[in-house]
Design a protein around this ligand. Structure first.
Ligand SMILES: Nc1ncnc2c1ncn2[C@@H]1O[C@H](COP(=O)(O)OP(=O)(O)OP(=O)(O)O)[C@@H](O)[C@H]1O
Ligand SMILES: [Mg+2]
Length: 373
């Protein structure tokens, strides 16, 4: 059954967040966490003007939307790629709202055969948006089925088998496919090329995240000091979803341990309790870096081998852990594998010869002694 979410462009209703049903597939970053899905939806901007950051992307989208509205034609197919939690789903749901069209949502993993996609395609009205999250996880048979739908707005359905098999063509209403992926590299070239518009989302600046945190604390009716918003922003790995999650946690902490106001001290204490250090690295990141140092002598280390050692799927490392560590220069990717950098060694308090001090625990320096290379 196609899940369909109609988005009205009525101003009175514009504040109401879009709450489409994603089934279990809410995106690579939160694939199996229904709470995360609910949290995301609660704080998701509903209009383009509420989107913070990604200025170049938003500017290009504005142009596309304006041209589409003027010409009264469907928007060209659009692909968003980038690490989890940066706003792919947000932008994909804002666009139909801006255009005043309908939105249907599904995700690559729930499309196991062409018949799963069929209802979405036949239900798509003129100019409406079909959003396929995690589009890189669509099986090849579904991918091939979608090509003529994207290109010529028609589908080819084969009926019967063997000599009796015949193909019938079915015309579709021109629609817009919006795809989102954390792995654009995993998309086949023919699929990627069928998206006339492609946008890459990058990590956010501390200032942008501070703005998101301050705005959302108002939505959550919580008072937050500007320095506290800045502190949370620094530790949010350039990711709005992380910023929102830390905001929620510091708010709980402030309610339970303080007078409900998020001050700088409250924010620091709350994040310390979660093991977030001043570069925004969490336990998992530090374990990842320490594994390269201790098990692989600083690298190179293959992602599969790292995944086995850490007992974390290699996909998760590639999607959720590595992009930020790479961007911040804590690791390097070489053809032979991941290498630790001097910056990571300095951050973890490891020197290339001898003494090591973990930034979190200096109670027992002997237990942290490591010798490198
Ligand atoms: N530009 C933005 N401005 C304000 N808030 C944002 C922005 N981008 C994302 N957010 C917030 O971050 C949350 C996560 O964003 P979103 O679900 O769009 O990420 P995603 O890229 O789809 O992640 P995934 O790859 O895990 O599916 C949203 O609920 C929203 O509250
Ligand atoms: Mg998403």
């Amino acid at each position: 059954m196609a899940r369909k979410t109609t988005i009205k462009n009525d101003d009175d209703e514009a504040e109401e967040p879009v709450r489409p049903s994603f089934g279990s597939s809410a995106g690579a970053g939160n694939f199996e966490d229904p709470n995360q899905q609910r949290f995301d939806d609660e704080l998701r901007p509903s209009k383009l003007e509420d989107i913070v950051g990604q200025m170049a992307v938003v500017e290009r989208l504005r142009i596309l939307l304006e041209a589409t509205k003027k010409r009264k034609e469907p928007l060209g197919h659009l692909l968003f790629d980038g690490p989890p939690g940066l706003g792919k789903t947000t932008l994909a749901t804002v666009i139909p709202r801006e255009l005043g069209t309908e939105l249907q949502i599904t995700a690559g993993p729930s499309l196991s055969a062409p018949k799963d996609l069929l209802p979405y395609l036949t239900n798509a009205s003129y100019g409406s948006v079909l959003f396929i999250d995690e589009i890189h996880r669509m099986p090849p048979t579904v991918e091939e089925f979608i090509y003529p739908a994207m290109e010529d707005f028609r589908i080819d359905i084969t009926l019967g088998d063997g000599l009796n098999a015949r193909t019938i063509n079915m015309k579709l209403q021109p629609f817009t496919l919006i795809g989102a992926t954390t792995r654009s590299g995993m998309l086949t070239a023919p699929l990627r090329d069928r998206f006339v518009n492609r946008e890459h989302l990058d990590f956010y600046t501390t200032e942008e995240l501070s703005t998101i945190i301050s705005r959302n604390s108002q939505k959550l009716r919580t008072e937050i000091a500007p320095e506290a918003a800045h502190e949370i922003a620094i530790r949010s790995r350039g990711t709005p979803r992380k910023a929102n999650n830390w905001l929620r946690w510091t708010r709980d902490f402030a309610d339970a341990r303080a007078n409900g106001k998020i001050t700088l001290d409250v924010a620091r204490a709350a994040l310390r309790m979660k093991g977030v250090d001043d570069a925004g690295l969490e336990e998992q990141d530090r374990r990842y870096l320490e594994t390269i140092i201790n098990v692989f002598s600083g690298g190179p280390a293959g992602v599969q081998a790292l995944g086995h050692t850490l007992n974390i799927p290699a996909d998760t490392l590639e999607d959720e852990v590595e992009p930020f560590l790479l961007r911040e220069g804590f690791i390097q990717r070489t053809p032979r594998g991941r290498m630790i950098t001097a910056k990571a060694l300095a951050h973890l308090g490891v020197t290339s010869k001898s003494k090591t001090k973990s930034p979190r625990d200096n109670s027992d320096p002997a237990s942290d002694q490591r010798e490198l290379f």
